[in-house]
Design a protein around this ligand. Structure first.
Ligand code: CO
Length: 138
């Protein structure tokens, strides 16, 4: 079941500069950075009440985020919805007619399992389904 917005993803060219900007402009502190190999990105999570901002910088030119930056520039990249069953909700989305990027969950940041739904199915907004598995590594 999907219960809330887990985070909002913003694609950036320079992660360190973006972290510094959020701190300088809004006083928001990032909770460390991490590389997510399965998505070829470096991410920084900025906790914000019950949710977080996820800043994403590509680590490879063939990263989906690198392609996004080329075609759209920096900006909002995805919204992540929290679920207790990412595999089940991916299946449900597909049965409901959505086009999936991930048919099966894959590892996300901080010990989560994630799956993406294609923005063509969801009003131009890339949706990430994320399941907290309780195996937080940082
Ligand atoms: Co995300």
């Amino acid at each position: 079941m999907i219960t809330k917005v887990n985070h909002i993803g913003i694609a950036v060219k320079d992660l360190d500069a973006a972290v510094k900007t959020l701190k300088d402009v809004f006083g928001l502190e990032a909770a460390g950075t991490q590389e997510v190999e399965s998505q070829k990105v470096k991410v920084a999570f900025v906790p914000l009440g019950d949710t977080r901002i996820e800043l994403l910088q590509p680590t490879s030119e063939d990263s989906a985020v690198a392609k996004f930056l080329v075609s759209r520039g920096e900006g909002m990249h995805h919204i992540a919805l929290e679920t207790d069953d990412v595999a089940g909700d991916l299946k449900k989305a597909e049965e409901g007619g959505a086009r999936l990027i991930d048919k099966e969950p894959r590892p996300g940041a901080h010990g989560t399992m994630v799956g993406f739904v294609h923005p063509k199915s969801t009003f131009g907004v890339l949706l990430e389904l994320v399941e907290e598995t309780g195996k937080h590594s940082s």
